[in-house]
Design a protein around this ligand. Structure first.
Ligand SMILES: Cc1cc2nc3c(=O)[nH]c(=O)nc-3n(C[C@H](O)[C@H](O)[C@H](O)COP(=O)(O)OP(=O)(O)OC[C@H]3O[C@@H](n4cnc5c(N)ncnc54)[C@H](O)[C@@H]3O)c2cc1C
Length: 408
């Protein structure tokens, strides 16, 4: 396998890097504050970010995530993963600047891939143009998100309308979203993996209620992670995405690439934290010399360097496997990187904060924001423990097969 980016991706990486240097890092704190201040129902992005997004669009740095050549640049998972690392250096802003932020990326992909012409026109194109935002509404406070076969929210057909009832939470980005994709049970008698469907719900539909943005580690503002109630919420029958009962199948499409993107962004976040740790440690003096000469700190730095590089190689390998043998065959690798990258970034951030002393806990550096932003990764898109459970199951199965083959 060859992880050399190649001329096209090297050029794109340089452009993304230069764009971030010019427009994002110098304005990062103000952009974060604008997001918190301005995003509300009907306002998906703050004015200063809209300006930066327009520049990115004008420069062709737009929708880079789309593997579909009709609508995006058609990059492989491996190539796009490298761009994600760059964007992950400013995880709360840069992906939005390039119209490459979750959950819009996954939502756009499934609308483009599984939507009817009408759905693509109504929701897919405005998402691609960056005119609207969307959210994905699956997790429920009353049932285990780790095992979504337990989902309780339902939708029933009444004439030519779906009537949705359910209580969701952690619907990220719902504050400024025009579209929610709700995962609900439509086939209660079906097998557990064929009971759920996805339904497109405009956030002004009757019966859709954004109850509150949850307080996530003290933060409630911005696009938000929201509690949503669907109470006799009515949408046209034609808002079903894909076939009835295909919710889990479509979710799988969304999750594989989504996890690689999350992991590579986490690697970019960790890389920036390590850079900050090294520079600060070299300048800050205590007990007769710079922190960078203390063995405890050298241990932090060396471990971080090794762990980031290990995680990057494992993630690029997973992306390469998806590109060469497909999403299904790469499932084990995708689960592995999800655990490795999500834990690695927290370890590196924690060390970077420690080296910065009390400065690391303030919002005067991006470390605290990156810590808050990254902690979710050990839970969202499958908690560590669930990924480890399936990694172990597959590994036992593989080893048993090998042992049986050797014995026969
Ligand atoms: C910031 C953030 C953003 C999110 N955004 C979205 C979103 O946009 N849309 C959405 O639908 N959801 C979203 N989620 C929800 C996320 O996907 C769920 O939290 C996740 O799936 C876990 O579900 P749960 O919270 O119900 O935990 P539970 O399923 O109740 O699990 C609780 C804990 O039990 C343990 N556990 C579970 N299974 C096992 C096992 N087999 N063995 C051992 N231990 C186990 C794990 O430690 C797990 O963390 C988000 C979450 C966060 C924190």
């Amino acid at each position: 396998m060859d992880f050399e980016p190649g001329a096209e991706i090297t050029a794109l990486l340089e452009r993304v890097r230069a764009f971030q240097d010019q427009h994002i890092y110098p304005n990062e704190r103000e952009l974060l504050a604008s997001l918190d201040r301005e995003v509300k129902q009907g306002v998906p992005y703050p004015a200063d970010l809209i300006e930066i997004r327009q520049k990115a669009k004008d420069e062709g740095l737009w929708n880079l995530f789309l593997p579909d050549e009709e609508f995006g640049p058609g990059l492989s998972n491996l190539s796009y993963a490298m761009l994600c690392e760059e964007m992950g250096r400013s995880p709360a802003i840069a992906p939005m600047a390039f119209n490459c932020a979750a959950p819009d990326t996954g939502n756009t992909e499934i609308v483009i891939e599984h939507g009817t012409d009408e759905q693509k026109e109504k929701w897919g194109l405005p998402l691609l143009e960056g005119e609207i935002r969307s959210c994905f509404s699956m997790t429920e406070p009353a049932t285990s998100g780790s095992d979504p076969t337990n989902l309780a929210a339902t939708a029933e057909l009444d004439g030519d309308e779906w009537v949705i009832n359910g209580h969701k939470w952690y619907t990220s980005g719902a504050v400024g979203a025009s579209l929610a994709i709700a995962m609900v049970i439509t086939e209660p008698e079906g097998n557990p993996y064929a009971r759920a469907s996805m339904i497109l719900v405009p956030t002004d539909a009757p019966g859709y209620e954004m109850v509150r943005p949850l307080s996530v580690m003290g933060h409630t503002a911005g696009p938000g992670h929201c509690e949503i109630k669907y109470t006799d919420c009515r949408v046209p029958e034609s808002n079903l995405l894909g076939p009835r009962g295909a919710g889990f199948l479509i979710a799988q499409d969304r999750l594989g690439p989504g996890r690689i993107h999350h992991c590579m962004r986490a690697i970019g976040t960790a890389e920036r934290a390590l850079e900050m740790m090294c520079v600060y440690a070299a300048k800050r003096e205590a007990f007769g010399g710079p922190l960078s000469e203390k063995q405890f700190v050298q241990d932090f730095i060396a471990k971080s360097r090794m762990e980031i590089d290990q995680a990057r190689l494992l993630t690029l390998h997973a992306a390469w496997k998806m590109d060469t043998v497909g999403k299904r065959a790469a499932r084990q690798e995708i689960s592995m990187i999800k655990v490795v990258a999500a834990n690695m970034v927290m370890d590196v951030l924690d060390r970077a904060i420690q080296v910065h002393g009390s400065l690391g806990m303030t919002d005067d550096t991006p470390l605290a924001m990156m810590w808050r932003f990254s902690r979710m990764l050990r839970l969202a898109d499958g908690p560590d423990e669930v990924h480890k459970m399936v990694i172990a199951r597959r590994e036992v199965g593989r080893q048993l097969k090998k042992a049986e083959a050797a014995a026969s």
